[in-house]
Ligand binder design. Structure first.
Ligand code: ZN
Length: 424
């Protein structure tokens, strides 16, 4: 299948009447044409590269609409998440994740990074997640997380025992049994400096030197305080000491950083994944996104707890957070926001651009909906939401159009069934 785009966001900017020829799931050529060839699929509106959702915990989707009212803190939200984690089996997680990844596909996501810590010392959950992503037509980077402690110098307790492999060596030998393929990439994760003791951090960092490495970093001031008290270093300093910061690493949240932390992350080329809708919902705070980007950290975006699955809203929230934090507008250009929303390299995949050689991942955003009508084409990324995503192409194949998933059908129904089963 070849595609004709009314408008496409190419590396050089917006172009009109663009013909994209596809071979073997990749873009073979990109050209502008005056007439539409026969047999091509027409994509109206604005076509952008497929989105990369760099930080997901698929099962947290079952908490949406059930945890946002009232008071509480990140730490009381975590109690709700633990209750859910105690109920999941590989089978029920497969049904939930398939529906969640289906929702992502409808929103234009073509690759997802699943930060996976519910493993019960086996790869059954990991295989279930891989199967779910395959069924939804997405590429998956399974970021299998080492989780050994319930806090600094604290044992795992209760449901946390399902997260722990006992030692970093046991974690590494289990993860080594997972095999990457065309649509699955196995990566590593340090859950956080709370959950992996100092001596084990370097074991995790060195276990899979070619694979993406992700880590939750400084989401809450309490993590920084505990780390400083125990080790005399910030979480960033501790990770740097362990050799865990490099261009293959992505730190997630990076909310509460010192100027030295920002300089270290930038100098090591470490990426930073912001999850603005989650960070707002959990009252985490607003991290120094502009400063990190200026220091040299490539930014990516994730929907994390999935209170919202919408890369367009997530990218806008990145800019809005900056505006609220600094009192200034235009902190990121639309091209920079699109770059963050399509940072496939954070997950070890090629992608994020419409040019020959790249995977043919396309998202057509309608410009004639009640939300987008009247917008200037170059500002549609600042007015559209996932509801305006019309057609989604992954690897040259249409996976969703008109709000319906090609193979899963009615994703809302699948989500309702998978979530109600867990709370029954
Ligand atoms: Zn997370």
């Amino acid at each position: 299948m070849n595609y004709w785009c009314e408008r496409a966001w190419l590396p050089g900017g917006l172009a009109e009447r663009v013909l994209i020829r596809v071979e073997g799931g990749k873009i073979a050529s990109v050209s502008t044409v005056d007439t539409i060839p026969l047999g091509v699929r027409r994509l109206h509106g604005i076509v952008v590269p497929g989105f990369a959702n760099a930080h997901s915990h698929a099962f947290h989707r079952a908490l949406r609409g059930r945890t946002h009212d009232g008071g509480g803190t990140f730490w009381t939200w975590r109690e709700g998440m633990y209750a859910l984690a105690s109920r999941l089996t590989p089978q029920s997680y497969y049904r939930l994740a398939r529906a969640v990844y289906g929702e992502m596909a409808l929103a234009g996501v073509s690759a997802v990074g699943e930060f996976h810590y519910l493993h019960d010392r086996s790869n059954e959950f990991g295989h279930a997640l891989a199967e779910a992503a395959k069924d939804a037509g997405l590429r998956l980077t399974l970021l299998d997380a080492c989780y050994l402690a319930g806090g600094i110098d604290q044992p795992v307790t209760g449901v946390q025992q399902r997260f722990s492999d006992g030692t970093a060596e046991a974690w590494a030998s289990r993860v080594a049994e997972l095999k990457s393929d065309d649509v699955l990439k196995v990566g590593a994760a340090i859950h956080s400096v709370r959950a992996v003791p100092r001596a084990e951090l370097s074991v995790v960092a060195q276990a899979f030197p070619e694979a993406p490495l992700h880590v939750h970093l400084s989401e809450q001031p309490a993590e920084n305080e505990a780390c400083l008290a125990a080790y005399g270093l910030t979480p960033t300093g501790l990770l740097h000491e362990a050799g865990a910061l490099s261009p293959r690493t992505t730190v997630v949240h990076a909310t509460h950083l010192t100027p030295e932390d920002i300089a270290t992350l930038g100098a090591t080329g470490t990426g930073a994944c912001f999850c603005p809708t989650t960070e707002a919902d959990l009252a985490d705070g607003i991290g120094p996104a502009r400063e990190l980007a200026d220091a040299g950290s490539p930014l990516s975006l994730g929907s994390d707890q999935h209170a919202v699955i919408d890369p367009l809203l997530e990218s806008r929230a990145l800019e809005h957070g900056e505006r609220l934090r600094t009192g200034r507008r235009g902190r990121f250009s639309p091209a920079e926001l699109l770059g963050a929303a399509t940072r496939h390299s954070a997950l070890g995949w090629d992608g994020g651009r419409i040019e020959p050689g790249a995977p043919c991942d396309l998202v057509a955003i309608s410009c004639s909906t009640p939300r987008t009508a009247g917008s200037l084409p170059q500002q549609v990324l600042l007015s559209a939401t996932a509801s305006d995503v019309d057609t989604v192409v992954v690897g040259g194949r249409v996976v969703a159009s008109g709000g319906v998933h090609e193979t899963l059908g009615d994703v809302g129904r699948l989500l309702a069934a998978a979530i109600e089963e867990l709370w029954a």
